[in-house]
Ligand binder design. Structure first.
Ligand SMILES: Cc1cc2nc3c(=O)[nH]c(=O)nc-3n(C[C@H](O)[C@H](O)[C@H](O)COP(=O)(O)OP(=O)(O)OC[C@H]3O[C@@H](n4cnc5c(N)ncnc54)[C@H](O)[C@@H]3O)c2cc1C
Length: 475
């Protein structure tokens, strides 16, 4: 059997897009992919070819890539039994487009359109239903995973490969690639009604999130979604959303108006379910500001179809590659800047302490908040474990700070300080961006003992990178 359809020379370019309602036969594609991995040249590490990415740690280009685009699409949506069978390379944008016509949605849809189901499960997505539904990996029923042994195994909560099922989240493609996932979906209404609750201080914001999450209601209304936006020490809004079919006007933040500004300007708002799911993508939360997309004069001419996070991601990647901003800073005699692009989770009751530290030491705003709690109290997710009894909050911040060097010329001074504070408070950091842990600390925090058992079993020859090398050393 020829494997050339799957192993691609990177120079030949990215895989071609496929209409999302057509997906090749799974068994045949899985057989081909497994054969390719089994035959992969030992001296060439396997890299996944993807048209898009939401990673923020950059690495050298690989000379050969594994093309798994045959797993980009939806196999089936079963609205009666609230299940969907989905290719691992399918973006949430395409997945949601296939499920909403059936009146159902994945139980946790990450905010950025091009995040894929496999990427969110292995890289820990989160969104405003996470206080009740957990993260995307907690809604997976079973996965077909292509491992480093050149086999496709079915990982489920019970059975022969349950170790892989529970160890896959936070493994970032270092144990195998999810080719097909069976997921739970939930029924949706037509609209989401939102209330932006102003909170003058962090303690109040914690109280609002805690009560709304525990009671799943606020002011006599159901709460299906919770997130929050910090604009500064005295200005935080907790946004509570609820499904509704009541007819009425809806807002539109896909053009001139900008969603995050509306949080400060209105106390109540309504969006279609579709627009609610992508409310943060249009301006990449608020990060489109750095690219001029929020300037009214530029925005008027910016094509609506290009107000998308993947467009901004490409602009940032280009800037990093050619160092435009760094050169401009040098010309203007401004200090070089340290990227601080991170999502961390801390126990909800420590949020005021974390944000006080953050205001003093980092000073980026706005900041995104999203409460979460493990969905199944019995589950043990071995590489990213939560205390099931504790409610956490995800804190997201994506910008740069001036490098000060302050007698410490080490790269990543502010990022290191954040890592230390998060660990001190009993939290943990997502690994999609830069990390600075030393190897021992890293494996202590991210389930090293269990990771090495999984690595020995599913990738004994090291065809895939090792977790530390991939996430910290950025190899
Ligand atoms: C600025 C920023 C903000 C973010 N905010 C959020 C947020 O608010 N909510 C949220 O949910 N997430 C957020 N993320 C994180 C994002 O969900 C993760 O980075 C996720 O892994 C991205 O998925 P992707 O499909 O784009 O994968 P990629 O970025 O292409 O890859 C991520 C990693 O997953 C591996 N991978 C990809 N597909 C598979 C697969 N099928 N099987 C196994 N491994 C695979 C890749 O090898 C790679 O190591 C944010 C990221 C950034 C950069």
């Amino acid at each position: 059997m020829s494997s050339s359809g799957v192993l691609r020379e990177a120079a030949a370019g990215a895989p071609q897009p496929r209409p999302t309602n057509q997906i090749p036969d799974f068994a045949r594609s899985a057989e081909l992919a497994a054969h390719t991995v089994a035959e992969w040249p030992a001296d060439r590490p396997i890299r996944l070819a993807k048209k898009t990415s939401n990673l923020f740690r950059y690495r050298q280009d690989a000379d050969a890539v594994l093309d798994l685009s045959a797993f980009d699409g939806v196999y089936s949506v079963d609205a009666d039994n609230l299940r969907a069978s989905v290719g691992g390379l399918t973006t949430y944008e395409n997945l949601v487009a296939r499920t909403l016509p059936y009146g159902v949605s994945p139980m946790c849809v990450p905010q950025l359109r091009t995040i894929t189901l496999g990427g969110a499960v292995t890289g820990l997505g989160i969104e405003s239903p996470s206080f009740r539904n957990g993260c995307p990996h907690e809604t997976v029923v079973a996965m077909d995973v292509l491992t480093g042994t050149g086999e496709v195994v079915r990982a489920e909560p019970h059975g022969e490969h349950s170790d892989l099922f529970y160890g896959f989240p936070n493994s970032y493609g270092t144990l195998g690639y999810a080719l097909r996932l069976e997921i739970e979906v939930e029924p949706v209404s037509r609209y989401v009604a939102m209330t932006h609750v102003p909170c003058g201080d962090y303690v109040t914001a914690v109280e609002v999130m805690d009560i709304a999450a525990a009671q799943r209601s606020w002011d006599g209304q159901a709460v299906d979604f919770i997130d929050g936006t910090v604009f500064g020490p005295g200005e935080t809004y907790v946004t509570l959303g609820r499904y509704t079919d009541e007819p009425g006007p809806t807002s539109d933040y896909t053009g001139i108006d900008i969603y995050y500004r509306s949080v400060q300007q209105r106390t109540a708002d309504r969006l279609s379910v579709h627009d609610y799911l992508w409310r943060w993508d249009t301006d990449w939360f608020w990060c489109s500001r750095a690219m001029g997309a929020q300037n009214p004069y530029i925005r008027r001419f910016w094509p609506k179809s290009k107000l998308r996070s993947d467009v901004y991601w490409k602009l940032v990647a280009l800037d990093r590659k050619y160092a435009f901003s760094a050169k401009l800073d040098r010309i203007r005699k401004r200090p070089p800047r340290e990227p601080v692009v991170q999502d961390v989770e801390v126990p909800l009751d420590t949020l005021p302490e974390f944000l006080d530290f953050f205001d003093k030491e980092v000073g980026i705003s706005p900041v995104w908040l999203c409460p979460l709690q493990q969905r199944d109290p019995e589950a043990h997710w071995s590489l990213y474990s939560f205390d099931p009894e504790t409610r956490y909050v995800n804190v997201g911040f994506w910008s740069t700070v001036p490098r000060t060097d302050d007698g410490d010329p080490t790269d990543g001074r502010v990022n290191r300080a954040i890592e230390a504070e998060v660990t001190r408070l009993g939290g943990r950091k997502s690994l999609y961006s830069t990390s600075f842990y030393d190897r021992d600390d890293f494996y202590r925090i991210y389930g090293g003992d269990e990771y090495w058992k999984l690595k020995d079993r599913y990738d004994p020859d090291g065809r895939f990178a090792e977790l530390y090398d991939k996430c910290v050393s950025a190899i």
